[in-house]
Design a protein around this ligand. Structure first.
Ligand SMILES: [Zn+2]
Length: 254
């Protein structure tokens, strides 16, 4: 299953083959929202030829079918928990993003639990609650506020990104992760084996800055992976409660 399909089929196929996997194995796509960096219309042909299932929030189904009519019959709108592929349960979380919002997910497969959230203007309490006790957390860390302000981007765009319905800054992502980890410790829940930072801006962020900032928390530093836009991440392997290479759920990020 893919989470979002904002990169073209050829690039995804190439990256999956480099990871020892194949695009042909994909049976479903879960969409967080329909912005073009999360779903490219070019996927329509691939999806319809292979009869893949596409999942998006029920409020987005009409728009998706209008944009890509060949997906008719292949799209399922979710409102609560759903099962994109057999044995994998997905629970959506509503997130504030632009007018229509976005969705994060908690995925559960064989007791391995993964939280994924990108494109959110603020971190809702519900997300902090539901991301406690997972095996892997993937969270957006989009921009550095100083770099955003100093950039040549037009003011309306800066406002859109920073105004609470856009993206998370590094600091907001760090604060959210600390709250999640605090909650794990307070309740004696497992800490995640991996923390993956997603959706980093090329223009308004810097990987060194991100690493420096997140290294301030000794719980985060050893678990940290920064996802890249133009290359895939290494395989991350989890099993409930511990890092255990070679078994259970394997997740190629990027
Ligand atoms: Zn996005």
């Amino acid at each position: 299953m893919l989470i979002d399909a904002g990169i073209g089929t050829r690039t995804v196929a190439l990256r999956m083959s480099h990871a020892g996997s194949s695009l042909k194995d994909v049976r479903a796509i879960c969409l967080t929202h329909l912005d073009s960096d999360h779903f490219k219309f070019g996927w329509g042909r691939f999806v319809s030829e292979r009869n893949l299932r596409v999942f998006c929030h029920h409020s987005r189904v009409p728009q998706l079918l209008q944009d890509v009519p060949r997906l008719r019959g292949l799209v399922t709108g979710f409102s609560g928990a759903f099962e994109p592929v057999d044995g994998l349960r997905a629970e959506p979380i509503s997130l504030a993003h632009d007018q229509l919002g976005s969705h994060g997910f908690v995925f559960d497969s064989g007791g391995c639990r993964l939280g994924y959230a990108t494109d959110l203007g603020v971190v809702p309490d519900e997300l902090v609650e539901r991301f406690a006790g997972l095996d892997l957390i993937a969270l957006e860390s989009n921009y550095d506020p100083m770099m955003q302000m100093a950039s040549a981007r037009p003011w309306f765009l800066k406002q859109r990104i920073m105004g609470g319905r856009g993206h998370l800054s590094n600091q907001q992502a760090l604060t959210a992760l600390r709250r999640i980890l605090d909650r794990c410790e307070a309740r004696n829940l497992r800490l995640p084996a991996h923390i993956v930072l997603l959706h980093r801006s090329q223009q308004c962020n810097c990987p060194d800055l991100v690493r420096q900032l997140f290294a301030r928390d000794a719980r985060i530093a050893p678990r940290l992976t920064l996802a890249e836009q133009y290359e895939r991440s290494p395989w991350l392997t989890v099993r409930p409660g511990q890092v255990f290479p070679g078994e259970q759920m394997m997740l190629p990020w990027g």
